[in-house]
Design a protein around this ligand. Structure first.
Ligand code: B4P
Length: 181
C-alpha cells in the first residue's frame, strides 16, 4: 500500500503516520523527520534544510525530491509506504509521479487530515518544537494555504478527507475507515 498523508502543519500527520505504519505494516516516511535527523547529524543536507525550517519555509524541492527518491528505494519500502509531509507542492506531486513510475508503482490513496486553524495552532504551541513559535507557525500556515492546499485539487477524485479533530484514536479509526479497513 502506498499512501500520501496531507494536511496543514500540526494536523497530526506524523502522529497518524506512526500508528498507521504499525497497523498496515509499511514504513512511514516523514520528510520533516528525515530533515530533523540530518540536522541532528549535522550533515550538509541538514544544515541547508535548517535555514528553511527555522523560518517555516519549504526546503527547496530539488533537495526534498532527491531525499524521498532515495528513501523509497530502500528495501523496507518495497511493498509500500506512507508519505507524511510529502508532497507539499504540486511540483513535488509531479516529481512523486515520476519516482513511482520509475519503481513501476502507483499511489493507492491520499488522505487529507482536516482541522481548523485555531486547533492546529494550539497543538503546535503545546508541542513546542523549535519551529513551533507563533511567527514561524503563522508562516507555515501561509505556506500551507498558498503551496500545499492546491494539492487537494491536484488529487481531486482520489483524495479522501478525514476529520482530524478529536482524540488520536478516534482520528485513527476514521483514517482506517477511509481506507476501508
Ligand atoms: P513536518 O515535520 O511535516 O511538521 P508538521 O506539518 O508540523 O507536523 P504534523 O502534521 O506531522 O503534526 P504532528 O503529528 O507532529 O514539517 C516541518 C517542516 O519541515 C516544514 O515546515 C518544512 O520546513 C519542512 N518540510 C517537511 N516536508 C517538506 C517538503 N515535502 N518540502 C519542503 N519542506 C518540507 O502533530 C502536531 C502536534 O499535535 C503534536 O504535538 C501531536 O502530539 C499533537 N496531536 C496530533 N494529533 C492530535 C489529536 N488528535 N489531538 C490532540 N493533539 C494531537
Amino acid at each position: 500500500m502506498r499512501l500520501v498523508l496531507l494536511g496543514p502543519p500540526g494536523a497530526g500527520k506524523g502522529t497518524q503516520a506512526a500508528i498507521l505504519s504499525e497497523k498496515l505494516g509499511v514504513p512511514a516516511i516523514s520528510t520533516g523527520d528525515l530533515f530533523r535527523a540530518n540536522i541532528g547529524q549535522q550533515t550538509a543536507l541538514g544544515l541547508e534544510a535548517k535555514k528553511y525550517m527555522d523560518a517555516g519555509d519549504l526546503v527547496p524541492s530539488e533537495i526534498t525530491n532527491n531525499m524521498v527518491k532515495a528513501r523509497v528505494a530502500e528495501p523496507d519500502a518495497v511493498n509500500g509506504f506512507l508519505l507524511d509531509g510529502f508532497p507539499r507542492t504540486v511540483d513535488q506531486a509531479l516529481a512523486l509521479e515520476k519516482i513511482l513510475a520509475d519503481l513501476d508503482a502507483k499511489l493507492d490513496g491520499v488522505l487529507a487530515f482536516d482541522v481548523a486553524d485555531d486547533v492546529v495552532v494550539e497543538r503546535m504551541l503545546a508541542r513546542g518544537r523549535a519551529d513551533d513559535t507563533e511567527d514561524v507557525i503563522r508562516n507555515r500556515m501561509r505556506v500551507y494555504r498558498e503551496e500545499t492546499a492546491p494539492l487537494l485539487d491536484h488529487y481531486a477524485g482520489t483524495v479522501v478527507t478525514v476529520d482530524a479533530v478529536g482524540e488520536v484514536d478516534e482520528v485513527n479509526a476514521r483514517a482506517l475507515a477511509a481506507l476501508g479497513k
